[in-house]
Design a protein around this ligand. Structure first.
Ligand code: NAI
Length: 292
């Protein structure tokens, strides 16, 4: 971790205001984390119904981590729902966390860039799209960096800072400094499929699912890997990440290998894991019911 703490040291960048677009699984929790760490945060979503649950999750995080009512209140006041996206013009860091779709991200970037402060960081949280493809609509494509958080944001210290070919090195350094400012550990990576962590993790999760295809119970696979020393079993991890996301990552990284049957079947049936309440496990109150 000492090595990771060194990244971003050489940048003087300090953020006061973060604007997050997309109040889903990731954007909502990124916004909450930044408010917890003392930044003013505006949170934008095209769907009003996504903002309320994100604020509720943030409130639970503030209560858990800050405890004192005045501090909780102050964090709550720092997190501002912003349906119209007015916060973009004031933000030092703009983080895009909308649907994993190139056209949607292009349309958003086109509308964002002219409203941003010239020296603000523009970041995407994408886990599978190429920054080189996303930045084609920008007047200053070199400013786009990846700031790739992991799910669940509050529990995962590591954040990958993704550098596309030709990116502005100052923007990459500033992004590392921002990640440190919010008490996460930045890992600079090149823009390659899966970056570093998912390139290692996706084959591991898919191999676990192939064992399930061959008749091993998901619980057995998970227990084996727990006993091996992993903090969470690969099947429970896939349920936590979202089976649709795991399938997309698998497609991108599998070198043409066929996706495990047990995965495709569940995704086709809308069983997406924790977020839909059913995946390999049945999820109640955020916990998998083993043996279901
Ligand atoms: P999600 O589907 O939970 O949330 C996306 C949100 O974006 C929705 O609330 C939607 O209403 C909103 N949105 C869509 N288009 C919009 C627009 N044009 N303007 C404003 N709001 C818009 O998605 P999730 O899982 O949070 O993923 C978001 C991004 O984060 C994706 O790029 C994904 O690859 C990345 N990511 C996801 C991880 C995960 O475990 N789910 C982990 C790391 C990265």
């Amino acid at each position: 971790q000492e090595r990771l703490k060194g990244f971003g040291k050489d940048s003087e960048f300090v953020a006061q205001h973060v604007h997050v677009i997309g109040a889903g699984v990731m954007g909502g929790d990124i916004a909450a984390w930044c408010a917890l760490r003392g930044l003013t945060v505006t949170l934008q979503d095209q769907n009003l119904e996504r903002i309320a649950p994100a604020i509720k999750r943030a409130d639970a995080l503030f209560r858990k981590k800050l405890r004192e009512p005045l501090k909780v209140r102050a964090a709550f006041d720092r997190l501002i729902p912003d349906l119209a996206g007015a916060g973009v013009a004031r933000a030092d860091v703009v983080i895009e966390a909308i649907f994993e779709n190139v056209e949607a991200k292009h349309a958003l970037f086109k509308s964002l860039e002219p409203r941003m402060k010239p020296d603000a960081i523009l970041a995407s949280n994408t886990s599978s799209l190429k920054l080189e493809d996303l930045r084609t609509v920008l007047a200053r494509p070199e400013r786009l960096v990846g700031i790739h958080f992991f799910n669940p944001v509050a529990m995962m210290p590591l954040v990958e800072v993704v550098e596309a070919a030709g990116a502005d090195p100052a923007a990459v350094r500033a992004a590392c400094a921002f990640v440190k400012q919010i008490d996460k550990l930045p890992l600079p990576v090149k823009s390659a499929p899966g970056f570093l962590v998912n390139a290692v993790l996706a084959p591991y999760m898919l191999a676990a699912m192939r064992a399930v295809d061959e008749g091993v119970a998901p619980e057995t696979v998970d227990e084996a890997m727990l006993a091996f020393g992993m903090p969470m079993g690969p099947i429970e991890l896939a349920d936590t990440v979202g089976l649709d996301i795991a399938m997309a990552a698998g497609k991108q990284l599998a070198d043409g290998a066929v996706a495990p049957r047990c995965l495709t079947q569940r995704v086709e049936q809308g069983q997406l894991g924790k977020k839909s309440g059913q995946g390999f496990y049945t999820w109640t109150q955020g916990k998998p019911q083993k043996g279901s």
